[in-house]
Ligand binder design. Structure first.
Ligand SMILES: CC(C)=CCC/C(C)=C/CC/C(C)=C/CC/C(C)=C/CC/C(C)=C/CC/C(C)=C/CC/C(C)=C/COP(=O)(O)OP(=O)(O)O
Ligand SMILES: O=P(O)(O)OC[C@@H](O)CO
Ligand SMILES: [Mg+2]
Length: 227
């Protein structure tokens, strides 16, 4: 139904932040491949439902990136489920997932669910703090997580998460060369056309989050940089 291997660009909206109708229209009509709803903190069912109903006015695919079992609702096109491969706490790798599948497993349409193998690389970001991710990683460490995601666990997505800071395009390039089928998502610190173009050359899909709330016109320019 949705072929993420064709995607190049995703906007990530935070249910914990306000966005006006006119800004949301620009985002949804920008030519991005999808709008993903997700955040680390303050993710409530009200926020998730509000963004879903407002993004639904447009034809752009709408994804919920699940970070809290209390804030899941039917009605999204796809559900992305993060599993933080470099967290030492089982809870963030398979623990919460086990609880959620116990509760919703029989109701779930598994064709709508894609697991993201997360590798968090900015130790200062909220997701790293929450999951106590080990971000002191060498190139070999990151490549090994990518290989595990693809070859061992057959995950559809490997997500290099720098949330809040611009990452290392050379490392992203190395990881891209490690992957064959698994789609490489890059997210973090993309604000400008040039940054999007640079990361877009090495990652399959770039994710643009916070800059939407900081400088929307520049954020919109990132779509044209990769498409
Ligand atoms: C009928 C019905 C309800 C259907 C739906 C079925 C369905 C989809 C069920 C889900 C089943 C399932 C397996 C759920 C998993 C549950 C879960 C809670 C998993 C844990 C996820 C996880 C590891 C979270 C940790 C944090 C994380 C990695 C978040 C990702 C998003 C992220 C990094 C955002 C950036 O953060 P932000 O808040 O924007 O940070 P700043 O403010 O600093 O920018
Ligand atoms: O907010 P930014 O830094 O753009 O990061 C995007 C996304 O990877 C966050 O999960
Ligand atoms: Mg954010």
């Amino acid at each position: 139904m949705y072929d993420i291997r064709q995607w190049r660009h995703v906007f990530k909206l935070d249910p914990n932040k306000d966005i006006s109708d006119s800004d949301l229209e620009k985002i949804c009509e920008s030519g991005t491949d999808a709008v993903m709803v997700g955040g680390t903190d303050g993710v409530t069912i009200e926020g998730v439902l509000d963004l879903m109903s407002r993004v639904r006015r447009y034809t752009v695919p709408c994804i919920l990136e699940v970070s809290d079992t209390e804030a899941i609702t039917p009605g999204y096109d796809l559900y992305f489920i993060p599993s933080v491969l470099n967290s030492p706490e089982l809870k963030w790798v398979t623990g919460l997932h086990h609880e959620a599948v116990k509760e919703y497993g029989d109701l779930m349409d598994w064709d709508e669910i894609l697991v993201e193998g997360y590798c968090i690389l900015n130790g200062e970001c909220k997701a790293a703090q929450l999951t106590k991710a080990n971000t002191a990683l060498s190139k070999e460490d990151v490549r090994a997580y990518a290989m595990m995601a693809e070859k061992m666990f057959k995950l559809p997505i490997f997500y290099m998460e720098y949330s809040g800071i611009y990452g290392d395009p050379e490392l992203v390039h190395e990881v891209k060369n490690t992957l064959d089928k698994t789609v490489l998502f890059y997210g973090g610190g993309i604000h400008t056309f040039d940054q999007a173009a640079e990361m877009g050359k090495v990652a399959d899909v770039i994710v643009v989050g916070n800059s939407v709330y900081e400088n929307l016109e520049e954020a919109l320019s990132t779509v044209k940089a990769v498409k």
